[in-house]
Design a protein around this ligand. Structure first.
Ligand SMILES: Nc1ncnc2c1ncn2[C@@H]1O[C@H](COP(=O)(O)OP(=O)(O)OP(=O)(O)O)[C@@H](O)[C@H]1O
Ligand SMILES: [Mg+2]
Length: 243
């Protein structure tokens, strides 16, 4: 089967320091892959390669078998939702304008259609309608993250990249966001790559978990398998925390 996303013989270094080398990894369409590993092991680097924000030194990123290097970058990014931790919202735009950003580009003059899409996504991520006209600075951290997720999803991407998107919220909000994301995933069957530091979150959300250490893949397996048969001492150490 053709992979939805394939990292092929990737090498990446910064200032001569190798982050990853001979990195090979494939994500099937409809998988929800959670990525967990030590700080600085290359998770964000890997994620940003998928939407072309970072280019590998060697190797290829293939989406549906096509090298992204030759693709129109705007088109590529429009098809890939990207949600990261922290303030990634446009600060001078309201909640509505933030979420409507990509639908506006697509629907052009059809305001009603865009408004309806904004309402729909605000509902799905659990944002109260009366927050529409607020600016990001007037929202709580959890609300900002919901807006970020709604904005990423409103473009109806086939692939969703999330880099520790629930890092800065309290346990209850985090648990709600996890449940909502999992529901959205089940409804839309998009392909998700989700970076987290939290093994509980990785096991709860992922259909597969990628365990990384120092640019190397330690294990890539469904949660049950990772728990019952950790493949390396590093994987063992990580799951011990979740047992
Ligand atoms: N622009 C850059 N210039 C130089 N070094 C970089 C750059 N970006 C990342 N690095 C280094 O590359 C390595 C991998 O970084 P990356 O951001 O991918 O790690 P990460 O796994 O996402 O870490 P964390 O869990 O802390 O977010 C780190 O050692 C980091 O310091
Ligand atoms: Mg990171």
């Amino acid at each position: 089967m053709q992979a939805e996303i394939r990292f092929k013989d990737i090498k990446k270094s910064y200032d001569g320091k190798i982050v990853m080398e001979g990195f090979n990894f494939a994500v099937e369409k409809g998988d929800f892959v959670t990525i967990i590993g030590s700080s600085g092991c290359g998770k964000t680097t890997a994620l940003k390669m998928v939407n072309g924000l970072i280019e590998p030194d060697e190797g290829e990123i293939l989406i549906k078998g096509e090298n992204i290097r030759g693709m129109d970058q705007t088109q590529l990014r429009r098809n890939i939702g990207y949600a990261i931790q922290g303030s990634v919202l446009f600060p001078h735009m309201t909640v509505e304008q933030n979420i409507a950003y990509v639908p506006n580009l697509i629907n052009k003059r059809d305001r009603a259609k865009t408004r309806a899409a904004v309402s729909k996504w605000m509902g799905i991520v659990g944002l109260d309608g009366e927050l529409r006209e607020r600016y990001p600075s007037e929202l709580s951290g959890g609300q900002q993250q919901r807006v970020g997720i709604a904005r990423a999803l409103a473009a109806s991407p086939e692939i969703l990249l999330m880099d520790e998107p629930f890092g800065a919220v309290d346990e209850i909000t985090r648990s709600q966001l996890q449940t909502e994301l999992r529901r959205i995933y089940e409804q839309t069957k998009i392909t998700v790559l989700f970076v987290t530091h939290d093994i509980g979150e990785a096991l709860k959300l992922g259909t597969k978990v990628l365990v990384m250490d120092q640019g190397e893949i330690q294990q890539y397996a469904p949660p049950e398998e990772l728990l019952s048969h950790p493949a390396t001492p590093f994987a063992e150490q990580i799951v011990t925390c979740a047992r």
